[in-house]
Design a protein around this ligand. Structure first.
Ligand code: 3PG
Ligand code: MG
Length: 403
């Protein structure tokens, strides 16, 4: 991949940076600013080099039909404010993307100054499947800059105008975050040190089909928790009560179990489950055996024995990838499984293992549960992007940055 250094002297140059500022919001309050913090090294490097930095980013999934459509709840205003605090300097926000406001904002930048353009997904061409639409928007974005730096790792798996097409029309380079992410994830995908253990959680099996299939040929152990575990239990013929279940994936999961056995990959499922009366923070709950979930209960976390089992299966691992929480960690009563896995990974890392935490949710869980991020080798800012790299896919936003 091309790097920022290869773009030459950037003093006075307008540099368009694609960042991933898709942060969780509660109203206008950012509940986890990890992605903004992760963007700082590249932005600071460019500002220190005297560039005039123009950042483009998305927030959420607004659905404009035609033309630029501003929608307050997806505005980058909260992100702009937080970025200004973190950088310790004023950051302007254009009220449009490539229109009058954007042009005036960019024209007003001095060397070493920075501004944001409004949510790039306010323009339907950003995510259009029609090449010409995306290329038209990319051309407008390119008109605002002299060079492009791709640093929104969380979105490099998307073939979108501000990620992919614009990199074809401007001199383009990977930012430091993208470089660091790709380098870390390739340690798990290219000749990983063994044992290689992968912990998968989160709610849906259907989100992780590709990565599971791929890991059945790569990993030594696959530990499964989170909502998706119930489809695994059901595939083994066990009752799951009112727990989350993807009936249409049961056959696929049966196939995984067979393949795992044939390939000598150990699939580790929880032995106990925290079962609640309902999906609520204060719901009454009890620990039950994983093969005996009562019909009227909903599983919301892996149980304490499973936490110990998972930690034991991670203890000697030399490469670990973790994506997806083990339970509904947002509710304190159902956070212990995720906590046990995080703790197990920290210990394995201290023993010389290389660990990657992927996925916005797992990274947020780590911070929310108060773990020191330094206990992990790498905390990825990418959800889908890190999974697709683990799956061994070629990502459009990375391929386009090739030397
Ligand atoms: C993410 O949150 O995973 C990235 O920002 C990509 O967002 P998307 O899934 O809406 O494309
Ligand atoms: Mg997402």
């Amino acid at each position: 991949m091309k790097t920022i250094d290869q773009l030459g002297d950037l003093r006075g140059k307008r540099v368009l940076v694609r960042s991933d500022f898709n942060v969780p919001l509660d109203g206008t309050t950012i509940t986890d600013d990890g992605r903004i913090v992760a963007a700082l090294p590249t932005l600071t490097k460019l500002l220190d080099a005297g560039a005039r930095v123009v950042v483009t980013a998305h927030l959420g999934r607004p659905k404009p039909v035609d033309g630029f459509t501003f929608e307050e709840k997806y505005s980058l205003a909260p992100v702009t404010a937080r970025l200004g605090e973190l950088l310790g300097k004023p950051v302007a926000l254009a009220s449009d993307l490539t229109g009058e406001s954007a042009q005036a904002t960019v024209a007003g930048l001095g060397d070493g100054e920075i501004a944001l353009l409004e949510n790039v997904r306010f323009d339907p061409r950003e995510t259009s499947k029609v090449d010409a639409d995306r290329e038209a928007l990319a051309g407008e974005l390119a008109g605002l800059a002299d060079a492009f730096v791709s640093d929104g790792f969380g979105v490099v798996h998307r073939k979108q105008a501000s990620v992919y097409d614009v990199a074809k029309v401007l001199p383009a380079a990977a930012g430091d975050l993208v470089l660091k992410e790709v380098e870390s994830l390739s340690r798990a995908t290219t000749d990983p040190q063994r044992p290689y253990a992968v912990v998968l959680g989160g709610s849906k099996v259907s989100d992780k089909l590709g990565v599971i299939a791929n890991l059945l040929t790569k990993a030594d152990r696959l530990l499964i928790g989170g909502g998706m575990v119930f489809t695994f239990l059901a595939a083994k013929g066990l009752p799951v009560g009112k727990s989350l279940l993807e009936e249409d994936q049961i056959e696929t999961v049966k196939g995984y179990l067979t393949t795992a056995e044939a390939n000598g990959v150990e699939i580790v499922l929880p032995t106990d489950i925290v079962a609640a009366d309902s999906f609520a923070a204060d719901s009454p709950h009890e620990v039950v055996a994983a093969d005996a979930i009562p019909a009227d209960k909903i599983g919301l976390d892996i149980g304490p024995d499973s936490g110990e089992l998972f930690a034991a299966k991670l203890a000697d691992a030399k490469t670990i990838a973790w994506n997806g929480p083990m339970g509904v960690f947002e509710f304190p009563a159902f956070a212990d499984g995720t906590r046990a896995v995080a703790q197990g990974i920290i210990e394995a890392t201290a023993n010389g293992g290389f660990s990657i935490v992927g996925g916005g949710d797992s990274a947020a869980a780590v911070r929310r549960l108060g773990f020191d991020e330094a206990g992990f080798s790498h905390i990825s800012t990418g959800g889908g992007a890190s999974l697709e790299l683990l799956e061994g896919k070629t990502l459009p936003g990375i391929a386009v940055l090739a030397d």
